[in-house]
Design a binder for this molecule. Sequence first.
Ligand code: FHN
Length: 623
Amino acid sequence: MRVSPRALSLSRGLSLLLGLFLALTLTGPSATAEATPVPTPVPTPVPTSADPGPGTDYAGDDPFTSARTDWWRQDRFGMFIHFGAYSQLEGEYTRPDGTVCRDAEWIKRNCRISTSAYEDMARGFNPSSFDAKAVVQAAKDAGQRYIVITSKHHDGYAMWPTKQNTWNLRDHSSFDQRRDILAELKTAADAAGIKLGFYYSIWDWHDPDFADPATFPKYRERMYAQLKELVDGYDPALLWFDGEWDADDPTNNWSPRDGEQLEAYLRGLDPDLVINNRVGKRRVVDGDYGTPEQEIPDAPVDGQLWESCMTLNGNWGFAKYDQNWKSPQTLTRNLLDIAGRGGNYLLNVGPDKLGRIPQPSVDRLRDIGSWLRTSGQGRAVYGAREAGLVAEPRWGAVSRSGDKLYASVADWPAAGQPLHLTARAPFEVTGARVLGSGQKVAVAAAGDGFDLTPSGGPANTTASVIELTVRPSGASVPPGRGTGLRQEVFANDTFTGPPVVTRTDPTVNHAWRSAGSPDARVPADRFSVRWTGSLVPRHSQTYTLTTVSDDTVRVWIDGKLLIDSTTPHTAKVDKATVALTAGKRHALKVEYTEQTGEAHMKLLWSSPGQSQQIVPRAQLHTS
Ligand code: FHN
């Protein structure tokens, strides 16, 4: 994470402090479910800075534009790997009464396998055929540019030699004790230029201290220590948390505050980490990106980056009976739909008990990769984002990269029939070609946009890509030289009296969360902030202004109230559209109040020519 020195010192201090917080509130680990003593956990570093509190701001950068997330936003397509002790059962368990129960990674819980029986089963786990180079090659053949593997799923079984317990692949299996599959995968991924991330389940069915709120702090200490092992020992690019859901579930004690503390701790360990929103409570204010699962949002997600995770068949973990494989065409078109809406696609494989990726998975992944490598069609995905300039058509997906629009046509028109694109802003088309075909494409202005009429048939049956070279024709200006907005901070939630702080705020991008506030002189609860000045758009277009706020927010442009979200709320997205003129100083006022609990305030914008981002400093002025 590229953070300001202040934020960095705070986040490092936070991580160290949180260590003390945990150390002070925790005693040594309790015994795990096994009889063997639990090794002493790695001691948490003793903190040296003040408690996180008023003046703390957890927002260090804008994930939409940060150098830290750049690789993630460029790569677009990753491999998910669900592999653990459950894989030993290959999706099927015969109970003592002879009945057969089927599930994959949830098999222990859903088939009601006793802990002792599950531990006995895991002792036979021996993924001797796990071949990290083959796994990485499968990802490369698919065109997947990052990998996220389960380091620990809900069953608590660690796939690396953790020192926090003996419930892991090194100490509790029949696997070669000289091997470390996460280390093997890290080596192979690095050699192939593939980023490696770890899935980590907060929910832990095996650790007896998880389920009991009274002993949960002990579990949390071991979890922090395990995560430190993973970050220090394997240098992952990304942490994919899971198992965070509803605290109303009595077996899951994870709270937003827990997520806040864990995220701060991890960013202190490694400021470059990319972290998903399940580190907290799967909200727009948690982590760097949202995680829709087994679904594709129908448009770019407001307020946060996003990644759809999906299975190739019906299960995450290996299930020998599940032959319900999605077709390569469906999978490739999913990827194109996702890229055209500005998201990432994390497509899953579930290795069998020996560690081998099922051949039907390998075959489908290779087909996707073949499409991406053919005729440069991957340009429609890698580094591409939502089209912006045109509405999504019914006949396929459209993504944008620089001055190119990539129209990925799933339903190729009959001879002589046009494909229509509805324009969302004025632009010219200066070139059109079908990737992989020499045919001509006639482009004509038509109604609310353009008609594209190919002269030949489709280049392939999955999706044929028409590459358009475009030049926005509306008024645009170069990046500005703004310094930010005038910010007034009041030590009450009613903007009463003189502000405690008056300064220039470069951007409205703040995550004060539970314990923080805009300044050390301002309490964590009951404060208000007013930003005034002007906003200078680069394009003459209709902009969408988006706020992410907790507790209330109002936004005026040129004196007109556009967002009025004053019913106190938890983390919430509001948005409004407004026509803006390139280069003009549009008066902007934002009023925000924090009453109690968490505090968040972000102001983002987007337009047909501008992808979503925190409104940048260069376009903001104090008057
Ligand atoms: O319960 C898990 C499930 O096993 C799987 O890991 C998926 C993948 O994102 N996440 C949880 C369900 O949301």
